[in-house]
Design a protein around this ligand. Structure first.
Ligand SMILES: [Zn+2]
Length: 507
């Protein structure tokens, strides 16, 4: 009797003991990184975000940002805990409506423990309330938040999100965005996509932007300041919104003479890359002291310095080319950066050809001839340059040279079919250098392993036989043996370091 009474209890206790550890054992913490060998802590494991809703308030006078981020995600494993990448101060996190515990770790990790573990393959809503002064926050000793006299700007690669919204910060996790920002009357908030509405109340104006196609976190941008805004519509019907700081001084004319050609240049690029993939276009030039430009989705960021010596449409070509090569099709891992930069640079060469300032072949010949074999330029492998050389000039110039070699190897018809077909094949997704080689092989019916190895992966200058085989020659050598510089060279070179960082990730 005694036994009979205790046995069921013991059984129940045993089954509970079995049930709890079994359940806990199947739920594990999401990885603190998404698995990128260049940046092991970037992004996170265990979930995939489909939408970010950012409702923010920013005060330019003291650089204070506060807001609420609502993330819609889906779990990809049974999760006991997961990370977000973020630097500002968090006051509350809710997961599926319930308060979650949170803690910071590493350089930029926000560790979130939901009140109940999350099952794999389920929808999760994460709400993060936060505030802070972005310019005062650093990770790895730098900040990507750019302070201006009249506000602030978020634009950086590969990292810029940590300073203004919590995210799964890696191109592998793209999402749509609603970004709504309240700023003092007389100040504008510029972001990606279409301007859905503006409204004013009690001295504050709210700007609500929408990016309705998948967008990588580093391609989300925010600029608050006093801007002159222009609007237009392209021949193909895409609305264009451009913004220029009111404080650009002497470069204001050159900036506008360049960025106002956005619609024309985007239409021109469709001949090479296919239809423009988004429902909005534009560009903005805030009054930063930086030197780079960035392909922030639908609305690239341009530093004033890009126009210091006059108008430069070449940089506009570069950033708009990224809308297909970089934004529509993004890197799988950061080592695939050539798939972005080689092509954006090659688009500049095609523009030079269109403008009658030197053909792509002439520029390729010049790059090859003007750099001797012992130039360290050739030691950088554009196909896998390493994080320290991710934005090295070789990724751009040798990267575009590799495309000219490919063009000569497979012929114009197949080459331009590849350029146009690739963005469609991987639209709104990610792809690698190897994916590109395989795609070019399929279109051309040629084996291209050796050509890719020579031009993208060897840490040395391709020799004369390889150059002859790819019809890259020393033709550019003038009568005195000095290479002749194509007319467009200086304009293109003025866009070098378009992704230069202040913090030393780039050359
Ligand atoms: Zn670029």
């Amino acid at each position: 009797m005694h036994r009979r009474l205790t046995t069921p209890g013991a059984l129940a206790a045993a089954s509970l003991l079995l049930a709890i550890p079994a359940s806990a054992a199947s739920h594990s913490p999401g990885a603190p990184g998404i698995g990128d060998p260049y940046y092991p802590a970037y992004g996170n494991g265990g979930y995939d975000v489909s939408h970010y809703d950012l409702r923010l308030k920013y005060q330019p006078a003291n650089d204070r940002l506060e807001g609420t981020a609502t993330l819609l995600a889906r779990t990809t494993q049974d999760l006991s805990r997961f990370n977000l990448d973020f630097l500002l101060d968090v006051s509350e996190v809710r997961v599926n409506g319930a308060k979650a515990r949170f803690a910071t770790s590493g350089q930029h990790e926000l560790q979130v423990t939901p009140s109940k573990p999350l099952a794999k393959g389920t929808s999760v809503t994460v709400v993060v309330r936060y505030s802070g002064v972005p310019s005062s926050e650093q990770a790895y000793g730098f900040t990507s938040w750019l302070r201006t006299p009249d506000g602030g700007v978020a634009a950086g690669e590969p990292e810029s999100a940590w300073w203004w919204f919590p995210s799964n910060d890696h191109p592998l996790d793209k999402a749509t965005y609603d970004i709504s920002v309240q700023v003092p009357d007389g100040t504008q908030a510029i972001s990606n996509g279409t301007l859905q509405s503006t409204s004013s109340r009690a001295g504050w104006t709210r700007y609500s932007w929408r990016s309705n196609k998948p967008q990588a976190t580093y391609l989300a941008t925010l600029a608050v300041g006093k801007f002159d805004v222009t609007t237009a519509t392209t021949d193909s019907g895409i609305p264009v919104i451009n913004a220029y700081s009111k404080d650009l001084g002497d470069i204001a004319g050159a900036a506008r003479a360049s960025v106002e050609r956005t619609g024309e240049i985007a239409d021109w690029l469709t001949d090479y890359f296919g239809p423009y993939p988004y429902n909005a276009l534009g560009g903005y030039v805030p009054n930063t002291t930086t030197g780079y430009a960035l392909e922030t989705q639908t609305r690239p960021f341009y530093s004033p310095r890009q126009f210091a010596n006059g108008s430069n449409t070449s940089v506009v070509v570069h950033e708009l080319a990224h809308q297909w090569y970089g934004d529509l099709v993004s890197v799988s891992q950061w080592k695939d950066i050539w798939v972005n930069e080689g092509f954006a640079r090659y688009a500049q060469w095609l523009w030079s050809e269109y403008e009658g300032e030197g053909t792509a072949q002439e520029i390729a010949d010049y790059v090859y001839a003007s750099r001797p074999a012992d130039d360290p330029f050739w030691t950088v492998r554009p196909g896998d340059p390493g994080p320290e050389n991710q934005f090295h000039l070789a990724v751009y110039d040798r990267g575009a040279l590799a495309l000219q070699a490919l063009r000569n190897a497979i012929g114009d018809e197949d080459f331009f079919a590849v350029l146009k077909g690739w963005p469609r094949k991987y639209a709104h997704g990610n792809a690698s250098v190897a994916d590109f080689r395989k795609y070019a092989e399929r279109v051309s019916g040629k084996r291209l392993t050796a050509l890719f190895d020579t031009w993208l992966f060897q840490p040395s200058k391709p020799g004369a036989p390889a150059a002859r085989e790819a019809s890259i020659s020393a033709r550019a050598l003038g009568t005195k043996g000095a290479p002749e510089q194509p007319k467009s060279w200086k304009k293109i070179a003025a866009t070098n370091g378009v992704h230069d960082h202040e913090h030393g990730h780039a050359e």
